[in-house]
Design a protein around this ligand. Structure first.
Ligand code: ZN
Length: 688
């Protein structure tokens, strides 16, 4: 950990620092461009990190040099309560659709009629892939990124600048031959398939509803109020046009794409200049199958008149340009009959109704199952067992039932009822108000068992080294482990029967399991896998209640804990009310797992005495041993106070990694600055 004092060891003068900071930012932006835009990095990740660290160190020394566009600030912005509206200089209009190749030819004919040109005249069209993502507008002033917004209603979107800054492929500064003045660049933010699946796995692990498709997921990621969450998702962007530009006017769309590329924007390489509409039609045909090999969803192609002068003559009709059309591939559909509706219990306990159908080919693949999503969807579409239905496959989603062919009903169809008990373990099924997904809350449900055990041993939870997916799978299959408490009854001999275990490794796993008995309360609460209780919430609960018994018995007090909303409170209450939960707690206690007290962050050891009430702390930057909110809670528990802004009355400012302007303010006011270690030492002293 770098301490503040060491950063101040070799001070360099402000003027020199300013120059160096500028130079580092240029260098880092260049490497971002090589890596994220061109996909051709020229330095190693480690070298890149070193550049970033140098910049961070200089900025920590001279916080006045920090600008919102500094590469260090890509994830720096605090969460916002809501998004401010942003009015586009040039509206973001929507395109008319062409749903067949003939409609493309009609589009061409309409243009010629409008222009009064002969029917056999050839018009150049620039044909581009239509990415299934979220349209955004990026505004640059004198090449500096100033604001980014969603499309909204076309005239006014939402200002999501801090979230867009987290996308590395968006340059914070345009490259040197970009025009000065204002430029609005338009692009599509999207997620590739791999990242989409990764996010959904993560959501499922956290007990959240998975996203329906990559577009939906990209939109959700872009509209997070906390940019830190957006930053954890690898959003990408392709840029394809400009809105307003003070000092730039291309002759053609093809030229514009080249220019965007030169300015440092990411431009999709798959586009073609077509010499007439038939070439455009052929290009659309080419991609019909080919698009399936791309790592992201493409739902069609956009065909634009290439010459800007012609575009200007054509103008707009209502809210769409006359000179462009979006050709959309039809979703692939098929008709079949539902033989049965079954309920699958996912690894998170989510109950999903699935239609079992007569096998049918759709989009080149035989399918016999389609998702019905949830109970509400079944009601809305009025799907019954025995119905003939239309199913559909589009992009990166599993087949779904779109609609019922009612004319084919015979009267023999049966309505489906969602079970009130889990079909796997028989535990209660809960469907919280406002949620579409029903879940099994059984703490020892076999459908969820592997995931629960894996979570139990994970690093943030009981941290059992050597308890990976392969081991958990075998332990569950052999019937050795039916709930987390069973782990503690495992013998070395039993572990030896698992694949790839020898005497020594078996003993190591045994010891790792036994060692986890002494973990602090916060980890144990997290390990229980209560819905909506992540590491932070677990820590808050541990700090507030101090013991598992008190937490288990709490009902009203739960929602009084700062940071615990009604949804979390309800989930915790529901969890501890379960018969199976009580049984497991009893088993854990018998195995010696329940920590009596562990109300303090682990770094601190034993419980301290109080700080004076007049002792006021302000935290800035990231702490290594705990979250900032936990440090603040700790100060308050010790009787001191923690505030958000520095004044003359502040006793200490504690500066973690990447401290913000509060550090500068402290130095200005002469408030003592502590490193994290010094702060922890102070806390320890109170307990000595
Ligand atoms: Zn169950």
């Amino acid at each position: 950990m770098s301490s503040i004092s060491s950063l101040f060891d070799e001070p360099i003068p402000l003027a020199q620092a300013r120059e160096r900071v500028e130079q580092l930012r240029k260098e880092i932006e260049y490497h971002n461009y090589r890596y994220y835009v061109l996909d051709q990095p020229v330095i190693s990740d480690a070298e890149y990190d070193r550049l970033l660290q140098k910049l961070q160190a200089l900025e920590a020394q001279y916080p006045e040099l920090i600008t919102p566009n500094s590469p260090t600030q890509r994830v720096g912005a605090p969460p916002s309560g809501e998004f401010a509206p942003h009015r586009h200089i040039q509206p973001m209009l929507s395109l008319a659709n062409a749903l067949s190749l003939n409609e493309l030819r009609e589009f061409d004919a309409r243009i010629k009629r409008f222009l009064g040109s002969p029917a056999d005249e050839r018009i150049d069209y620039l044909t581009e892939l239509k990415i299934d993502g979220v349209a955004v507008s990026l505004t640059y002033r004198d090449r500096e990124f100033v604001v980014g917004a969603t499309r909204g209603d076309g005239f006014t979107g939402e200002n999501v600048t801090p979230n867009l800054r987290t996308i590395r492929a968006i340059p914070m500064r345009l490259r040197d031959d970009a025009p000065m003045g204002l430029v609005e660049i338009r692009g599509e933010v999207y997620l590739d398939h791999e990242e989409f699946h990764r996010i959904n796995r993560e959501r499922e692990e956290a007990g959240e509803v998975p996203y329906m498709n990559p577009r939906n997921s990209a939109a959700g990621s872009l509209r997070q109020l906390d940019p830190k969450i957006t930053a954890r998702r690898r959003l990408q962007i392709w840029c394809y046009s400009i809105g307003h530009a003070d000092q730039y006017r291309p002759e053609t769309q093809a030229e514009l794409l080249e220019a965007l590329s030169r300015w440092g924007m990411r431009v999709n390489p798959n586009h073609r200049l077509c010499r007439d509409i038939e070439e455009g039609v052929a290009y659309c045909e080419e991609w019909r199958e080919e698009r399936r090999h791309l790592p992201y969803d493409v739902d069609g192609l956009v065909v634009k008149v290439n010459a800007i002068a012609l575009q200007d003559r054509l103008g707009f009709v209502s809210r769409s340009p006359r000179w462009a059309v979006a050709f959309k591939y039809p979703a692939e559909q098929a008709t079949t009959r539902i033989l049965d509706i079954i309920v699958q219990v996912g690894r998170t306990g989510a109950l999903t109704p699935v239609a079992v159908m007569e096998p049918v080919e759709v989009g080149g693949v035989m399918v016999s199952r389609a998702t019905l999503h949830n109970e509400d969807e079944i009601r809305r579409k009025d799907v019954r067992i025995g119905d003939t239905v239309v199913i559909q496959r589009a992009g990166e989603v599993i087949p779904e039932v779109v609609s019922v062919v009612e004319e084919r009903r015979t009267g023999q169809e049966r309505r489906f009822e969602m079970p009130t008990r889990c079909p796997v373990c028989g535990a209660e099924v809960e469907r919280p108000a406002g949620e579409a997904v029903a879940r099994c809350v059984g703490v020892s449900c076999p459908a969820q068992l592997q995931r629960r055990i894996l979570h139990w041993g994970s690093r943030g939870a009981m941290d059992i080294e050597g308890l990976g997916p392969a081991q958990v799978e075998q332990l569950v299959e052999k019937g050795y482990v039916r709930d987390p408490a069973d782990l503690y009854a495992l013998t070395v001999e039993q572990i030896l029967t698992l694949e790839r275990f020898a005497e020594k490794s078996a003993r190591n796993l045994y010891q790792a399991i036994q060692a986890s008995k002494g973990r602090p309360l916060a980890r144990l609460i997290f390990a229980l896998g209560i819905r909506h209780v992540g590491e932070t919430v677990a820590r808050l609960l541990a700090e507030h209640f101090g013991s598992l018994d008190r937490l288990a018995a709490a009902v009203e007090e739960l929602s009084a804990v700062p940071g615990i909303g009604p949804e979390i409170a309800a989930s915790v209450h529901r969890f501890f009310r379960q018969e199976a939960t009580r049984a497991i707690l009893k088993k854990l206690r018998a195995a010696g797992v329940l920590p009596a007290e562990a109300a303090l962050p682990e770094a601190l050891g034993k419980a301290p005495k109080a700080f004076g009430a007049d002792l006021t702390f302000v935290f800035t930057g990231e702490l290594q041993s705990m979250k900032r909110s936990a440090a603040e809670a700790l100060v308050r528990r010790l009787g001191g106070s923690a505030t958000g802004s520095v004044s003359r009355n502040t006793s200490y400012v504690v500066a973690g990694e990447k401290p913000g302007s509060k550090l500068a303010r402290a130095i200005e006011l002469g408030v003592p600055v502590l490193t994290e270690d010094e702060f922890l030492e102070k806390v320890r002293q109170t307990g000595a």
